[in-house]
Design a protein around this ligand. Structure first.
Ligand SMILES: [Zn+2]
Length: 149
């Protein structure tokens, strides 16, 4: 099987929203109206995508009657995996909601810690991030040090 087939199956957030990467012009102000609109579209599309997924899983859960033959262990394992997945998706939804609020309050795109610009590319890869790359790296380093003890 072609390796690329695997890659294309994991959709990027831009793919989900059906938008092209933002083309920043050299004289453009960071987080101007066009950029805000760009991320507004992305965040709402992503939000809808995850809620639809969660709804579909809920429906499946209700409609499926597992036959007795199915090994109980497998069933439980799959169920736990799904639960774990759903919990993660729910956390993401909460973060998307928070980020949409930041957007509405003109507070989007700047690092929570040092107030620097997070950057369009980084935000396109992960629109709910609230730290610049430097602060994020530092936070991860600190977290690693803490878990050592
Ligand atoms: Zn920062």
């Amino acid at each position: 099987m072609n390796k690329n087939n695997f890659k294309s199956s994991s959709l990027s957030i831009l793919n989900i929203a059906g938008v092209e990467p933002y083309n920043v012009k050299s004289d453009e102000k960071y987080m101007n109206k066009n950029q805000i609109r760009h991320f507004e579209i992305i965040l709402h599309a992503w939000y809808n995508y995850i809620t639809n997924n969660l709804n579909r899983i809920n429906l499946l859960n209700k409609s499926v009657n597992f036959p007795d033959i199915i090994d109980r262990a497998t069933q439980e394992e799959e169920f736990n995996l799904m639960l774990h997945h759903c919990n993660r998706e729910r956390k993401t939804i909460i973060n998307i909601q928070k980020t949409i609020k930041r957007l509405e309050e003109n507070n989007f795109g700047f690092c929570d810690y040092c107030d620097t610009e997070i950057g369009i590319k980084r935000l396109e890869a992960n629109p709910i991030t609230n730290l610049c790359i430097d602060c994020k790296t530092l936070a991860e380093l600190k977290a690693k040090q803490i878990t050592k003890y």
